[in-house]
Design a protein around this ligand. Structure first.
Ligand code: DX5
Ligand code: ZN
Length: 226
């Protein structure tokens, strides 16, 4: 396996929404991407933030934004996030009937394209689509809420994806999201994930930047071939 250095992406879902700019600055020197969870109360029951917040945050930091859209009709909304300067825009496979077409739209709008696979969705039908994507986000919980317990069985999908990426020599980040913390990140890294979203484990810590550094060190140590 050839796994690139890990990406750690704090999720602002676990931050204090009344102090978002400060909360972003607290991790910007330690983290690689800022993970932004957009939920629409339809694709998932929860409701979070949308484009105006992303636009405002874009002005307060240089961090690359990793936007995770848990919304219906991503073909209508996703390109707006690319236009707003998101580095990567990920939408759910379950919400889109032509993922490859949307990936093309995102790339032509200047963003990287990500495909997300929720807890109950098998990965196999999507493997052949991966050359059109830059990131594959494998949920390690059921999408919708922060602070849930990590489901280790879902790492089988990460292993399958890693084998496929390596044998196909694809340039694709394999990202895990949900319940990633100091006691779970090593299993995810050794399964072949190379990008790690962490909400509670970062913003629930006394020192969020230190939490990011600790997670990265654990992921590096556990990476295959390390
Ligand atoms: C949940 C979101 C996650 C969430 C993770 O659907 O996609 O990004 O913020 O939160 P933790 O790290 O607390 O599980
Ligand atoms: Zn997320």
């Amino acid at each position: 396996m050839t796994v690139p250095p890990p990406i750690v992406a704090p999720s602002i879902l676990a931050a204090d929404f009344a102090r978002l700019a400060e909360e972003v600055r607290a991790v910007q020197d330690a983290a690689d991407w800022l993970h932004v969870d957009v939920m629409d109360n339809h694709f998932v029951p929860n409701l979070t933030i949308g484009l105006p917040v992303v636009q405002s945050l874009r002005a307060v930091t240089e961090m690359p934004f990793d936007v995770h859209l848990m919304i219906e009709d991503p073909r209508r909304w996703a390109p707006g996030y690319a236009d707003a300067g998101a580095y990567n825009v990920t939408f759910h496979a379950e919400a889109c009937d032509d993922p490859v077409a949307l990936a093309k739209d995102l790339r032509s709008a200047g963003a990287k394209a990500g495909l997300a696979i929720d807890r109950d969705t098998p990965i196999e039908p999507y493997l052949d689509l991966l050359p059109s994507f830059d990131t594959l986000l494998i949920m390690t919980i059921k999408a919708g809420f922060g602070g849930q317990r990590f489901i280790p069985q879902l790492l089988d999908k990460v292993r399958t994806a890693r084998r496929h990426v390596d044998t196909g020599h694809l340039e694709l980040r394999i990202e895990v999201d949900g319940g990633i913390a100091a006691d779970t990140i090593e299993q995810a890294a050794s399964a072949g994930a190379d990008a790690f979203v962490a909400g509670t484990a970062v913003y629930g810590a006394a020192d969020p930047a230190q939490a990011v550094r600790h997670l990265r060190a654990l992921a590096e140590r556990a990476a295959p071939g390390a």
